[in-house]
Design a protein around this ligand. Structure first.
Ligand code: NAP
Length: 327
C-alpha cells in the first residue's frame, strides 16, 4: 500500500507526478481553512503533509495518527508546534537557502522604496499631481553610505547586509544570538547590543525568526531608542513587532518611515492605519514570491517529504531529534 500525502499548496504538475509515482496524493490546490471537511478526512489517513501558511495545532495532529513527516514550503516554521512534533516523532522539514536571495531582494527593495518614497511618489504621478518640477517636499533620503542595523544575522540577514555593504557602501551593525566572525570579516560588520544598534542605525531591518523569545521584540521602548530619521524594515514575521507601537512611532515622528512585508494579522485589513500612511510601504508578504523561488521552494518540500517517507534523511530538517529517535 502506498503511503498517503496531503498537499495543501499549489504544486506544479511535474511535482505532483513525482509524488504520485511513490505515494497516494490528496491534493488541495487552494485550502482556505483547516476546517475543510475533505481536508480533515484526508488528514486522518495522511503519512505526510506538504504545504504552507496553515497553523498546525496539537489538536490537528491528534486527528492525524499516521503522520510521519511535514514538509513546509517556507523557511520559517512558526506555524508548527516543533516540540510537540518531536515528541510524537514527526519530522518537520523547511526550505532554507533556496529563498534567501529573493527574500533579501525584497528586504532591500523595502529599504530603497521607503528611503526614496517610491510608492508614495509613484502614486503622486498616477494621480496627475506632477504638474511642475518636484521640490523639497518630495525629496527622500540617501541609502548609500548610511548605517544599516540588522536584527538577526542569519542567511537572509547576511544577504541583505551584503547588498548594503558591497552594493551601497553601507556600514553594517548587527545584533544576533551568536557572533558571526566570518561575516564581520567579509562585510566589515560590527556586533552591537540591540539597544546600541537601534540608537546608531539609519535603517533597522529585522530578520529574526518568530519564536516565544522574539515575539514583540520591537516595541514602544525600541522605537523610542531609534533616531527620528530612522527607517524601520520588517521582512521577518509581523508578530516580531508590536504593531500598535509601530503605528504610534510613525504617527508621532519618533521614526521616519517603515517598509513592511509582514504584519501581525495577514492579510492586512484596511482598518489598520498602516496601509493609509504615506510613510509606510506595505507589501502583501511577497518576500520569496517570485516564480523561480516559489518553484524551488515547492520542489525542495516535495523532495523533503519523499525522502522522509522513504525513511531517508530529508535535505532540510528542523527537528533533528525526531529523526534521531526513529528506529
Ligand atoms: P536563519 O538563517 O535561521 O537566521 C535567523 C537568525 O536569527 C540567526 O542568525 C539566529 O541566530 C538569529 N536569532 C534567532 N533568535 C534570535 C534572538 N532571540 N535574538 C537574536 N537573534 C536571534 O533564518 P533565515 O533563513 O535568515 O530566515 C529568517 C526568518 O525570515 C525566517 O524565520 C522567516 O520567519 C523570515 N522569512 C520571511 C520571508 C518573507 O516572505 N517575508 C521569507 C523568508 C523568511 P543564530 O545564528 O545564533 O542561530
Amino acid at each position: 500500500m502506498k503511503k498517503r500525502i496531503v498537499a495543501f499548496r499549489r504544486l506544479k504538475q511535474e511535482q505532483l507526478d513525482q509524488l504520485t509515482e511513490d505515494f497516494h496524493v490528496d491534493y488541495f490546490e487552494k485550502l482556505d481553512s483547516a476546517d475543510d471537511p475533505a481536508f480533515r478526512e484526508a488528514l486522518a489517513e495522511a503519512h505526510g503533509l506538504v504545504g504552507a501558511s496553515l497553523k498546525i495545532t496539537p489538536q490537528l495532529l491528534d486527528e492525524a495518527p499516521h503522520l510521519e513527516a511535514i514538509a513546509s514550503i517556507s523557511v520559517g516554521y512558526d506555524n508548527y508546534p516543533v516540540d510537540e512534533l518531536t515528541r510524537r516523532g514527526i519530522l518537520l522539514c523547511n526550505t532554507p537557502d533556496v529563498l534567501t536571495e529573493t527574500t533579501a531582494d525584497t528586504g532591500f527593495l523595502l529599504i530603497i522604496a521607503t528611503a526614496r518614497r517610491a510608492v508614495e511618489l509613484a502614486e503622486f504621478v498616477k494621480r496627475g499631481d506632477w504638474q511642475e518640477s518636484i521640490g523639497e517636499a518630495q525629496f527622500g533620503t540617501d541609502v548609500h553610505g548610511k548605517t544599516l542595523g540588522m536584527i538577526g544575522f542569519g542567511r537572509i540577514g547576511a544577504a541583505i547586509a551584503r547588498r548594503g555593504a558591497l552594493g551601497f557602501g553601507m556600514k553594517i551593525l548587527y545584533s544576533n544570538a551568536s557572533p558571526k566572525p566570518q561575516l564581520e570579516q567579509e562585510l566589515g560588520a560590527t556586533r552591537r547590543e540591540m539597544d546600541e544598534l537601534l540608537a546608531e542605525s539609519d535603517f533597522v531591518c529585522v530578520t529574526v525568526p518568530l519564536s516565544a523569545e522574539t515575539e514583540h521584540l520591537i516595541g514602544k521602548r525600541e522605537f523610542a531608542l531609534m533616531k527620528p530619521s530612522a527607517i524601520f524594515v520588517n521582512i521577518a514575521r509581523g508578530k516580531v513587532v508590536d504593531e500598535p507601537a509601530l503605528v504610534a512611532a510613525l504617527e508621532s515622528g519618533e521614526i521616519r518611515a517603515a517598509g513592511l512585508d509582514v504584519f501581525e494579522q495577514e492579510p492586512l485589513s484596511l482598518e489598520s492605519p498602516l496601509p493609509h500612511m504615506a510613510n509606510v510601504v506595505a507589501l502583501p508578504h511577497i518576500g520569496s514570491a517570485t516564480h523561480e523561488t516559489r518553484d524551488a521552494m515547492a520542489q525542495r518540500a516535495v523532495d523533503n517529504i519523499a525522502l522522509a517517507l522513504k525513511g531517508e534523511r530529508p535535505i532540510s530538517l528542523v527537528n533533528e531529534a525526531a529523526y534521531q529517535s526513529r528506529d
